[in-house]
Design a protein around this ligand. Structure first.
Ligand code: FES
Length: 268
């Protein structure tokens, strides 16, 4: 997903129409005192709808003043959610291509190439006629029908480059287009039809079903007796032999050294 920044070109001001202002005041009044900031998503969304599909900085600050919020808190919300557009979008379609893993594995890169060739090479840029723009976003919650795109409030799923090109061509030509899966799939049902519980007699009204109880589980088997281990065999040795086997203390065979004779005294 690209970095989300406020557009470099901003108008001087923003104000709700009389109708939207009345709606905004009523919406804020639905929240308890002190919790008016909770209306921020609703008010930003209404401001975006009033302003040809994108949120300007003056619009964010206008909403911030209405809700008594610091502007930074409003910028945080507007720049976080990809439902809010920060630059002008195509008049006929702003295409949000899901690029998260399931869609990426099922061909989102090919859908992005279609956007690059039919709309603009770079995201967040208008097509030459100003009718189309595109961007890549994270998961849009229709992964089972990957790959998919969202255009304004509708999603278009199970796309191929061919069906996606046709969808863009139909929108450009002003033809009515059908949202949801763009192949034979019914919603998120298995592609190609059901594969289980397809016996029609299952659904016949007169068919009766007898409840079959599972047999009770067998009682646990008694534990096998533990075999006693054989006692260790002790060898009995007769005392005499045991004594005889005891090694005798070795007596040193070394003879004591003989005393040297004392030297004879000289006669005077
Ligand atoms: S990954 Fe694309 S809709 Fe979820």
């Amino acid at each position: 997903m690209s970095v989300r920044r406020l557009d470099a070109n901003q108008p001087a001001s923003f104000a709700f129409t009389a109708e939207n202002l009345a709606w905004a005041k009523k919406t804020i009044g639905q929240y308890p005192a002190g919790k008016q900031a909770s209306a921020i998503i609703a008010l930003l969304w209404r401001a975006q709808e009033q302003n040809a599909g994108w949120l300007t900085k003056p619009a964010m600050e206008y909403v911030g003043r209405m809700l008594d919020m610091a502007f930074i808190r409003v910028y945080e919300v507007a720049t976080f959610y990809t439902m809010f557009q920060l630059s002008p979008v195509g008049k006929k379609a702003h295409v949000q291509v899901c690029g998260t893993t399931p869609c990426m594995l099922r061909g989102a890169e090919d859908l992005k190439k279609v956007c690059q060739s039919k709309i603009h090479h770079d995201a967040h840029n208008l097509s030459a006629d100003g009718n189309f723009s595109w961007e890549e976003v994270e998961c849009l919650g229709a992964c089972v029908n990957a790959p998919m795109v969202q255009i304004f409030k509708d999603t278009y799923e199970d796309l191929t480059p061919v069906t996606f090109e046709k969808l863009l061509d139909d929108i450009a030509a002003g033809k009515a287009v059908k949202s949801g899966p763009q192949n034979s799939r019914h919603l998120s049902a298995p592609e190609g039809g059901l594969t289980s519980l397809i016996d029609k007699s299952l659904y016949a009204k007169e068919r009766a079903y007898k409840r079959v109880e599972a047999p009770p589980p067998a009682p646990p088997a008694a534990p096998a007796p533990v075999a006693s281990a054989p006692a260790p065999v002790t060898k009995v040795v007769p005392v005499e032999r045991a004594v005889a086997k005891t090694p005798a203390k070795k007596v040193s065979a070394k003879k004591p050294a003989a005393k040297k004779p004392a030297p004879a005294k000289k006669k005077k």
